[in-house]
Ligand binder design. Structure first.
Ligand SMILES: Cc1ncc(COP(=O)(O)O)c(C=O)c1O
Length: 442
């Protein structure tokens, strides 16, 4: 049975009002928290895996599913999500022809990776800290087309600097490199990658950038065009708090030389019912005016979940109402608070996440909770720690595993994420409980 509290009548929640409309921009965070279908009595610090939907988003899934069930309506035009893509694109500084609503970050990544024009001998530079969705898709292309993959291991710990990361990528680039692939925020250590610096590096070497932005929407107030990336795939159900089974895919479809002067890469929009059935699309534009709608080619892929797309658009609308800049500040402020509390409770050296270089901080914090450093290799212990937090204390976090330079074994860490619906009490209770439990298990 669902444990979610049902207070769907959002009008009951007293918000400030501006010109007859609720004014989320000036609503308190405690009021905003009430928008979310949080499970009573639990502390949700695992948005990096799945967010909590606002009640209005849940209602949209239900309402639109009912509207489109059992009728003789033409389901194909709304499956293009034209208006939703325009509104969501605007929130991320890009246009409808560059934005696609897909099913999750993994699907978006697969459609990007398999759409690239890569051939035997071409090389992709990426990291061992990428999600499986990135590494397995590129590995498939390696096995199928004979490309090579160079995976660097990112440094981890409180003193990592952005320049260390950029230098690592720069050293790995060779004559054969065609693609630089990296996460916007890494899921294992919560490193906010220096995206613009990496895009500039890629542009200096004429490379295509593929960014795993699974954790980006809903967390960062971000202009994708200004970042200069070529492709990004995102989750809709993590920090953006849309329904499971939603994602966003960005494909650069025109040239703004101030952000990325490189020609548009050759790209094959796989899974499409709109790509011409005969002949070829027009040549890709060399200017800031698109020659074709790449977003439509990718979006048109048979019948879609109209309800889930509408619900994701609703989640994005709520974010725009609150203000993405305001949300980013809130999330980061809670993240900094949690990082400080963890550094105090477990020691600064326990952090796998960046600390000193504020540019690399994100609201995901990975750390070693136990006294004995060798327990960092003990998968049973970390998984028992996370399970006990959930079962005995109803605190939701997760554990992660990743390579550490020079270590003979992968390390395992506990990871917490702060989001806009959390507050300092959540963090205080979680850190105190984790410290007690880790002490007991150490
Ligand atoms: C950085 C990163 N990339 C990709 C994924 C996969 O996301 P999805 O489940 O939306 O496919 C995740 C999931 O946690 C992630 O954290």
């Amino acid at each position: 049975m669902s444990q979610v509290a049902h207070t769907t009548d959002v009008d009951d929640i007293p918000f400030p009002v501006q010109q007859g409309k609720r004014d989320l921009r000036h609503a308190s965070w405690e009021r905003i928290r009430e928008l979310f279908a949080l499970t009573p009595g639990a502390i949700h610090l695992n948005t990096g895996t799945i967010g909590a939907m606002p009640h209005e988003v849940l209602d949209t899934v239900d309402r639109v599913t009912r509207e489109w069930t059992g009728g003789l309506m033409d389901i194909y035009p709304p499956s293009m999500y034209t208006e939703h893509r325009e509104a969501i694109g605007r929130a991320f500084g890009v246009d409808q022809d560059e934005m696609v609503i897909c099913h999750n970050a993994t699907e978006g990544m697969a459609r990007i990776v398999h759409g690239l024009d890569l051939h035997e001998g071409d090389e992709v530079v990426t990291t061992t800290h990428e999600c499986y969705s990135v590494l397995s898709n590129f590995n498939l292309v390696r096995n199928r087309h004979g490309i090579s993959m160079k995976t660097v291991t990112l440094p981890s710990g409180p003193d990592v600097r952005a320049e260390d990361i950029v230098a690592l990528f720069e050293d790995a680039i060779t004559e054969r490199t065609k693609v630089l692939a990296f996460a916007a925020v890494t899921l294992f250590t919560g490193t906010m990658m220096p995206m613009r610096q990496l895009c500039e590096l890629a542009q200096r070497h004429g490379l295509i950038t593929v960014v795993d932005g699974a954790l980006l929407p809903g967390m960062l107030d971000c202009d994708l065009r200004a970042l200069g990336v070529d492709f990004m795939s995102c989750s809709g159900s993590k920090f953006q708090c849309g329904p499971l089974g939603t994602g966003l895919l960005y494909a650069r479809n025109k040239i703004y030389p101030e952000y990325n002067p490189l020609p548009l890469p050759t790209f094959w929009p796989i899974i499409s019912t709109w790509y011409p059935m005969m002949g070829s699309p027009p040549p890709r534009t060399m200017t800031s005016v698109e020659s074709d709608n790449m977003g439509d080619y990718l979006q048109s892929a048979g019948s879609a979940s109209i309800a889930r797309g509408a619900a994701l658009a609703k989640a994005c609308e709520i974010w725009d109402e609150i203000g993405r800049d305001r949300i980013e500040r809130r999330i980061m402020e809670l993240g900094d608070y949690a990082r400080e509390r963890i550094a105090t409770a477990f020691g600064e050296k326990s952090l796998y996440s960046p600390h000193e270089d504020t540019r690399l901080r994100s609201p995901l914090i990975a750390f070693h909770p136990f006294r004995d450093p060798e327990d960092a290799w003990n998968i049973k212990k970390i998984s028992a720690f996370v399970s006990r937090l959930e079962e005995e204390h109803r605190i939701w976090v997760r554990w992660t595993e990743f390579d550490v330079p020079g270590s003979p074994h992968q390390h395992y860490a506990a990871r917490i994420c702060t989001h806009l619906f959390n507050n300092r009490d959540d963090i205080d209770i979680a850190v105190d409980t984790m410290a007690r439990l880790a002490g007991e298990m150490s």
